[in-house]
Design a protein around this ligand. Structure first.
Ligand code: KMH
Ligand code: ZN
Length: 279
């Protein structure tokens, strides 16, 4: 168990509309401001989905590069780009996100029902993402929506080797309608299937945010929070902003006596080069 807690903020996602959630950061300025404020209260990694000038999800490389540059200019956060995108995004555009040169990128380990949609992640796409990240020195965060995807991780590492940096970090994404439930029991069931030496974070979508966070902390795990996953702070109370969610996670991590990890320590844990080598 690490003595501190890696907190990732996922500020935007691809699912919520700005019109429905006015506090969602979608412009470059809003995302950068959210990143800066979330680092100030304990985030060390930012998981980024990008929106276009009409606030819709986009994988346009120019726009993605703009957001990456803005976050790097104003924060020390580890920049992790989503390669999951939106459920409608084609595989070639999801792969091309890596051309923006992030520190890290998400890599989902299997296809899963996603509400009424399907989030498609066939084996060949998984392998292509894994090997391209190895070649380019990008550190994957393996996203796991269901238990069987951990068997896919074992197969991937057996056949294609360790990721760049040599460390395996998994994010258990729980409570998606179609994936594993956001419960302490489901989280506990995943743990024996993690590769030796791997670290894990957990994310509970919607109302599973708090139970998953508490279960992850008690099991020695790390945390991902943010408006990608959670829009209600308490029953009937909309989330004010991403900072509110990161501050709550940081507070619980301190109570667990595993305070928020610094960005330098996060880079070292994940096998990412130090900030001065990035700029
Ligand atoms: N937007 C979801 C369909 C990721 O970022 O890698 C997929 C997702 C996973 O959010
Ligand atoms: Zn995402």
């Amino acid at each position: 168990m690490t003595s501190s807690t890696l907190i990732t903020v996922a500020p935007t996602g691809a699912e919520s509309a700005k019109a429905d959630v006015p506090a969602l950061p979608v412009t470059v300025e809003e995302v950068v401001a959210a990143a800066r404020d979330c680092q100030a209260v304990g985030a060390a990694v930012i998981h980024l989905h990008v929106r276009d000038t009409d606030t819709r999800p986009t994988l346009d490389l120019g726009r993605v590069r703009e957001v990456v540059a803005g976050v790097r200019e104003h924060t020390d956060l580890v920049v992790q780009l989503s390669t999951g995108g939106a459920v409608t995004d084609p595989f070639d555009a999801r792969l091309a996100v890596l051309d923006a040169g992030p520190d890290a990128a998400s890599l989902t380990l299997g296809t899963v029902n996603f509400g009424r949609d399907v989030f498609a992640n066939p084996w060949d796409l998984i392998v292509e993402l894994h090997t391209r990240m190895q070649e380019r020195g990008i550190v994957p965060e393996y996203e796991v929506f269901d238990l069987g995807q951990l068997a896919t991780l074992e197969r991937l590492l057996d056949r294609h080797g360790l990721p760049h940096g040599g460390h395996v970090h998994v994010d258990l994404v729980m409570g998606v309608p179609g994936g594993m439930p956001g419960t302490a029991q489901a989280l506990t069931a995943c743990l024996p299937l993690l590769p030796p030496g791997a670290t894990f974070a957990a994310t509970g979508v919607g109302r599973t945010s708090l139970p998953v966070m508490l279960a992850a902390l008690s099991a020695g795990g790390h945390l991902r929070v943010g408006m990608e996953d959670t829009l209600t702070y308490a029953p009937g109370e909309p989330v004010r902003d991403n900072t509110q969610l990161v501050a709550r996670a940081a507070g619980l991590a301190r109570i667990a006596q595993r305070p928020p990890m610094s960005t330098d320590d996060a880079r070292s844990l994940l096998g990412i080069k130090p900030m001065e080598a990035v700029l």
